[in-house]
Ligand binder design. Sequence first.
Ligand code: IP8
Length: 251
Amino acid sequence: MNKIIVAKIGGSVFSDKSKPYSLRETIIHRLSEIFGKVSKENTLALVLGGGSHGHAIVQELLEKHGKLENWHVPIINRVMEKLAMKIVGLMEYNDLRPLIIHPHSTCFFAKNSYQCNFEVAVQAVKRKIHILSYGDAIVSDRGAYILSGDDITVELALKLGIDRIFYLSNVDGIMDQTGRVIKETSLNYLLNNITITGSSGIDVTGGMRKKVESLTKLTKGTEVCIVNGLKPEIVRSALLGTRCKGTLIHV
Ligand code: IP8
């Protein structure tokens, strides 16, 4: 059966966020193998987080200039493009060749919100062409704006009319106060009752809390499955629809 699978690969999965510009090549290989197999019968819309690449360059620019300017946009774009090319290069070994959708040339931010033209992405996916996008810097009316991969994932899910999306993280799911993974919950309950802490390592877009907040834009009834991307077997069974062995959030 051909379904559309929207999945965000968190930066903490493909890189070590405490080590700037690092890549976990073994994990990327294993995940590519899984995505490669899944892509034979399904269409993939993948989104990369910034990892220790995007977040590191943004941090460097902030330290040097105090704030992000529009002329920083292409500098950040180069880093993210290179990262996307490396990951896509590794995916090719598994016969997976997604079309890369570059947010810096399809999105801008003005008057307190961003706008993206994902028409090409939608048309491609409708024709069973896999796509890959990534968190990026975009031009805005107040200097460079960092558009998180989480926001892009939500945008794509809305535009593609998807009812279940996947987040690959470096933890087993969202933990409750006692450190136990919450298996199933509603978005409302999560936002009102659970203290969600940020992620470890460098993160300029707000980590897990921001991710959960971005889900409020999804259509009611959407399901979000958060699984540990460092455990490829768990990712495989989640993508194939057998079980979300992580946290399943009902929006
Ligand atoms: O890691 C951030 O994307 P995220 C993108 O999904 C950059 O929040 C360029 C830091």
